[in-house]
Ligand binder design. Structure first.
Ligand code: ASP
Length: 577
């Protein structure tokens, strides 16, 4: 028998018609001699009623949860006035039932799938994926792929694949290595991104490239990270930064419209890295709510409170009334993020109580005026070296958001650009300069002259990040296309020519054969989908993810391999297994 409809597509046009449906038994209930089957397919659930004298009864009686069944019957819709909004509003009165396959009792009730331990869901992922939440998330993802593809195809982008077995690529994470059997003792690296290959494609003249690229980074995992993940990777020739940003805005707006029917206002606001850090303490500020820092460095300069009197920066965050317990908790957050402590004040009339109040008698009035703190409200301070102070206070700002649900008052989606990242960053641990984005990012044309000078830390990069609700969902840059500038960049980050050649020699060679000006960006596709679908983890938008210990609990990977297999690839395992 052929299926005549998906259950979710049954509507008034099927009234009183005989339909044939196929799917899984979501639930079976026996009531007053009748059997009620909830039949589920990818489009939804419909209730099937089997009457005791029906020829279908004996077969229907065999059905259990997750059996696969075919049902033929008459579709009935209650008149609109009698509908109660439940499954019983639409029913199929079975005339024939066929068990297509039996199923073992599932290890968890699919209806309650969201509530059981995630490890159990991941072990039986194929069952977990039957749940409507997961189906919805992955179908949303599929729609997003279609939206991206249709947009970029229309814009003249070519979709080109780049290798999985390759050499280390420069994203600064640890590589996953793959031993080579044919070249014993040698290893491929899985790509951390297609960065070099997409730049080579520009050198080859493809002009506009994109790829939904799998990337591999061996890092510690978090809710929004996976060891293998998907980027929407793009690169364009003969463009400047504004061209890239403008196209990305249209692309993201198209995806939101197509997938969610949501209008994203364009252009997206742009903020420099310095401003983002200075006002919000983050290079991916959540702008769904305000709570900007107020700078009170000058107010405290040379004053009574010695800890602030000579600080490079004193920033304050205005918070609602807080309990001592809440302040302690926020102080813990500040300390975890590099602050020595969290000074605070509570507004009381024309002055302050608590915290550091005995030191601020003389400046209470300007402090109230500059911060606008309300009666009973709290001021939270971070002071010291600029970046350290703002970073710690930025973390406190996010805790306040979570504590008071501050983002709820803002738009559902807030997208912005952070631009003008520093070209170089000083790494305290190794006491060396390093790249902030990657070593192929072009500096701002006005700043190139600063390479190798004392002021090279001030150089701005032509790099940009796309930020959605406080998450970085994309990052990219205009690239260096001039071999001389590339050489300066390597020398600034202490890469000898020999070291650079060993790592990226093929790329440096290519750069000398007529490289067009070019730039691009990559989106963290999983992270974007997580935010679009309102999920709390990227695992909810990936069909077969790893857990937060990097394990695939279903396939049981990673796993030991036979000694013979190791010998074949010339690898020995050291120490205990
Ligand atoms: N390859 C970069 C990354 O993975 C993105 C880019 O610069 O286009 O972050």
């Amino acid at each position: 028998m052929k299926r005549t409809a998906l259950v979710g597509h049954l509507d008034a046009s099927h009234q009183n018609q005989t339909v044939t449906l196929q799917g899984w038994v979501n639930r079976r209930r026996d009531l007053g001699g009748l059997i009620f089957i909830e039949l589920r397919d990818r489009s939804g659930i419909v209730q099937v009623q089997v009457e005791p004298d029906s020829p279908a009864f004996a077969e229907a009686d065999r059905l259990r949860a997750e059996y696969v069944a075919e049902v033929e019957g008459r579709f009935q819709m209650r008149p609109e006035a009698q509908r109660k909004g439940g499954l019983a509003d639409y029913e199929v009165i079975a005339s024939r039932v066929k068990v297509l396959n039996a199923a073992k009792t599932p290890p968890f009730e699919l209806d309650k799938g969201g509530e059981v331990s995630e490890d159990l869901r991941l072990k039986y992922r194929y069952l977990d994926l039957r749940r409507s939440d997961m189906q919805r998330a992955l179908l949303l993802r599929s729609k997003a792929v279609t939206a991206v593809t249709e947009f970029l195809d229309a814009e003249g982008f070519a979709q080109i694949e780049t290798p999985m077995l390759t050499k280390s690529t420069p994203e600064g994470a640890r590589d996953f290595l793959v031993p080579s059997r044919l070249n014993p003792g040698e290893f491929y690296a899985l790509p951390q991104s297609p960065q070099l290959f997409k730049q080579l494609l520009m050198i080859s003249g493809f002009d506009r490239y994109y790829q939904l690229a799998r990337c591999f980074r061996d890092e510690d995992l978090r809710a929004d990270r996976q060891p293998d993940f998907t980027q929407l990777d793009m690169e364009l020739s003969f463009v400047e930064q504004d061209d890239v940003l403008e196209l990305q805005e249209r692309l993201l707006a198209h995806v939101f419209k197509k997938v969610l029917g949501h209008d994203l206002p364009t252009p997206f606001p742009r903020m420099s890295y310095h401003e983002a850090m200075d006002l919000y303490g983050s290079d991916k500020p959540d702008l769904r709510f305000g709570s900007r820092f107020v700078d009170v460095t000058e107010l405290f300069r040379g004053g009574e409170f010695k800890a602030f009197a000579s600080a490079q920066t004193v920033k304050v965050l205005v918070a609602p009334e807080l309990t001592r317990k809440q302040i302690d908790e926020l102080e813990r957050v500040a300390k975890q993020n590099g602050a020595g402590g969290l000074a605070w004040l509570k507004r009381d009339g024309d002055g302050f109580t608590g915290g550091i109040s005995k030191f601020v008698g003389g400046i209470a009035a300007p402090l109230i005026e500059q911060t606008g703190v309300e009666q009973g409200g709290t001021l939270l301070f971070a002071a010291g070296e600029w970046k350290k102070a703002v970073t710690a206070l930025g973390a406190v700002r996010l805790s306040l958001r979570d504590l008071f649900d501050l983002a709820a008052s803002g738009p559902r989606f807030h997208v912005s650009w952070v631009v003008d990242f520093p070209q170089l960053e000083f790494d305290e641990e190794s006491q060396t300069w390093t790249y902030m984005h990657h070593p192929f990012t072009a500096p701002h044309p006005d700043d190139v002259a600063l390479f190798g000078t004392e002021r090279q830390g001030e150089m701005r990069a032509q790099a940009y990040d796309l930020v959605l609700n406080g998450f970085e969902i994309g990052g990219g840059s205009i690239r260096i296309h001039d071999p001389e500038v590339q050489a300066k960049m390597f020398s600034a980050i202490g890469f000898s020519e020999a070291a650079a050649r060993e790592k990226f020699g093929f790329f440096l060679d290519a750069l000398e054969y007529g490289t067009p000006p070019h730039g691009g960006i990559a989106w963290g596709f999983d992270r974007l989908l997580m935010l679009m679908s309102g999920a709390s983890s990227i695992r909810e938008v990936i069909a077969f993810p790893k857990n937060n210990r990097g394990a695939d609990l279903m396939a049981e990977a990673p796993s030991p391999v036979e000694d013979a297999q190791l010998a074949e690839v010339g690898v020995a395992v050291r120490g205990e297994r």
